[in-house]
Ligand binder design. Structure first.
Ligand SMILES: C[S@@+](CC[C@H](N)C(=O)[O-])C[C@H]1O[C@@H](n2cnc3c(N)ncnc32)[C@H](O)[C@@H]1O
Length: 464
């Protein structure tokens, strides 16, 4: 398949990704998106070309295809562009805007009507089922006994609703299961009461007959979708930082700034109930956001597991550069820094880091890394820079090749005689279950990837 993208389109994609990967910049994303919408008017002819005859199932069509009520409406530039991006690359702000754009007034009216007319629920499906979406078997639809430790979904839990089509996530939303509430999407409505009591990981039908997967939010989901103050340490980077610092159950870790509380939660899980995290934040509003996010996750966890998430993070308001009195008589197994000008706080921090232990620093720009190294050189701190890394995750698309009409493509064998030619030309319907190895797959890097998030610097305390 050839992916063709005008350079203006590429620039715009990068711009959207930049908006979605920076929380601080993301706060200004609405203005930027409005600007982007203006720009995208000239970008609407952007296409991902696919060669059907080669069994390519890439679908450049927007998420709305297949819904009669939406066929009538032309797509907004935001829908066109964001539907081409992997959902994981989109920040919650962009997803919310996209979802809001997705709902047309007609549909809003439908949703309001369905508040009082429950018969709407279970109406004739209007969305063709994606052949790749697992279909419920008789065994699945009947209530199967729970495995040991398995519990049904309960009010107060944090869940993720997800709809995929052609191996692409079209809709993804985190929500708290609440009595009487409704999950609204462009694919229909699901009353929360219908979800409570179900096993996690089930497809639930909307009132439009579309099957939406509902599962429990992982900590990664939560940190990506929770309300943000400043930009978070992205999960891919947070896990590498945990590895760099070799954080273990029972460790005492210093973290700064608390920001939105994402790293605090990852550290909290890593040190467990025997360990502790001291999280220092200079801004009161960010401190409040981090504490709120931390407490919300803990509350939802208690409902999920029936036991407390360890209350092991002490949030403190203050400038880490002036925190020597707070740190006095404390020793840390590791330090995680995600703040501007880390070299300014290191003189206060380093005396309290165990010898041989690691301080991991998260920095967005390589120029900041240079400033940090210059700071270390001038201050002659006992820190050795062991590594500077960028964590890159490459998403792939691997899926059965489908034709435009949803039928499987057929693997073409070399044709020797007429009988074989007829057999080879036979078309497979999506309902058929072709034998193992008989259908071709598409398998290639996803055309849109998450862009840069951060550089991670590993500093080890050592004496010469
Ligand atoms: C990018 S955010 C940290 C995000 C956090 N790691 C997370 O995952 O949510 C950076 C934070 O550092 C704070 N900060 C900057 N300088 C600081 C300092 N000297 N002492 C404490 N906090 C500071 C900022 O106010 C901001 O909230």
């Amino acid at each position: 398949m050839a992916v063709q993208m005008p350079s203006a389109g590429l620039q715009l994609m990068h711009r959207l990704l930049r908006i979605s990967t920076s929380g601080q910049r993301g706060l200004r994303s609405r203005d930027a998106l409005r600007e982007c919408r203006r720009e995208t008017r000239t970008f609407s002819t952007f296409s991902v070309k696919c060669n059907e005859s080669k069994g390519d199932s890439s679908d450049p069509s927007p998420p709305s295809v297949g819904l009669p009520s939406r066929r009538m409406r032309s797509l907004s530039p935001l829908e066109r562009i964001s539907s081409l991006l992997p959902q994981d690359a989109l920040g919650p702000e962009v997803l919310q805007l996209r979802e809001r754009d997705h709902q047309d007034p007609e549909q809003d009216a439908n949703i309001r009507v369905s508040d009082t007319q429950e018969e709407d629920h279970g109406a004739t499906p209007v969305e063709e089922d994606d052949p790749e979406t697992p279909r419920p078997s008789d065994a699945e639809t009947s209530v199967s006994p729970a495995l040991p430790g398995e519990s049904p979904l309960a009010f107060g839990e944090l869940l993720v609703a997800e709809y995929r089509k052609k191996a692409r996530v079209e809709f993804r939303k985190m929500f708290e299961l609440q009595t009487g509430a409704r999950l609204q999407s462009s694919w229909g409505v699901i009353p929360h009461d219908d979800v409570a009591g179900l096993p996690a990981g089930r497809f639930v039908k909307t009132n439009r007959g579309v099957r939406i997967l509902v599962h429990r939010a992982s900590l990664e989901d939560y940190t990506l979708y929770m309300k943000r103050g400043p930009a978070i340490a992205y999960p891919k980077d947070a896990s590498e930082m945990l590895m760099m610092m070799d954080v273990t159950e029972g460790d005492r870790v210093l973290e700064s700034g608390s920001g939105s509380g994402a790293m605090s939660l990852f550290l909290s899980r890593a040190v467990g109930c025997k360990g502790s995290v001291l999280s220092v934040e200079v801004r009161e509003d960010h401190h409040r956001r981090a504490v709120l996010n931390y407490n919300r996750w803990r509350a939802a966890w208690s409902v999920r597991r029936g036991e407390e998430w360890p209350d092991n993070v002490q949030f403190h308001i203050g400038d880490l550069a002036e925190a020597s009195p707070l740190l006095a008589a404390r020793g840390f197994h590791a330090v995680a820094l995600d703040l501007i000008n880390p070299h300014l706080v290191l003189p206060a921090v380093v005396p309290h880091l165990h010898l041989g232990a690691v301080c991991a620093v998260y920095l967005a720009n390589i120029t900041q890394v240079i400033d940090l190294l210059e700071g270390l050189r001038c201050l002659a701190l006992p820190l050795l820079c062991e590594r500077i890394v960028e964590v890159q995750i490459r998403d792939w698309v691997v899926a059965p090749a489908l034709q435009k009409d949803g039928r499987y493509c057929v693997r073409k064998d070399p044709v020797l005689d007429q009988d074989q030619r007829e057999d080879a030309d036979r078309e497979l319907s999506a309902e058929e279950h072709p034998a193992f190895g008989s259908i071709p797959y598409i398998a290639r890097p996803h055309p849109e990837q998450m862009s840069h998030t951060a550089f991670l610097v590993k500093l080890r305390k050592c004496v010469r």
